[in-house]
Design a protein around this ligand. Sequence first.
Ligand code: PLP
Length: 217
Amino acid sequence: MSINKQQYQKILTELDGKATLVAVSKTKPVEDIQALYDLGHRDFGENYVQELKDKYEQLPKDINWHFIGHLQSNKVKYIAPFIHLIHGIDSEKLLKEVNKQAAKNDRVINCLLQVHVSAEETKFGFDETELSSLLTRIENKELEFKQVSLKGLMGMASFTEDNDLIIGEFNSLKTIFDKHYPATATLSMGMSADYRFALDAGSNMVRIGSLLFGSRI
Ligand SMILES: *Cc1c(COP(=O)(O)O)cnc(C)c1O
């Protein structure tokens, strides 16, 4: 139950203002989040709706909460009033629900579309063809999500020791990103084990948990 301040400063130095650090606090107590908050940190990432809601209620209201897990449509309503950025939009159905709940709360919700680039079957997300077709239909106003702001893309590399595979996956996500978004958009990729590769590949938002808060059980 403590945070690694040295590691935090080291990561910030490495990011050098070129990428946003989302501190992934899932399963960690509010005291740890508060400790990092007290150092000036404001962006925190969570994976579970109920846990996020509880933490939101207990912690300072100027935290930017990022939802980085797999979000079920029927749970969007619980985070819609306050969520800062939803990283894992992986279906049109989910996008529609976020739009609906954002309207109910009279806000615009920032979202990233999740792209499946890893070799693993289990990872969620659109493949490149699905992504292109969705973005085209939005562009042509066949689909409209007035209460959603699509800020960019998110992806995860395979969980592997094979660095070349990880680098290849991050590079292919960057290529897809460049095709559809300006450099000012958000590209969320990189976790504790692979964020350096992600930064080299052009990530501008990293999601780091265990390096900051210690490993999870
Ligand atoms: C848990 C999680 C992270 C952070 O993982 P660490 O290895 O602890 O840095 C990042 N992104 C997603 C989507 C996660 O689920």
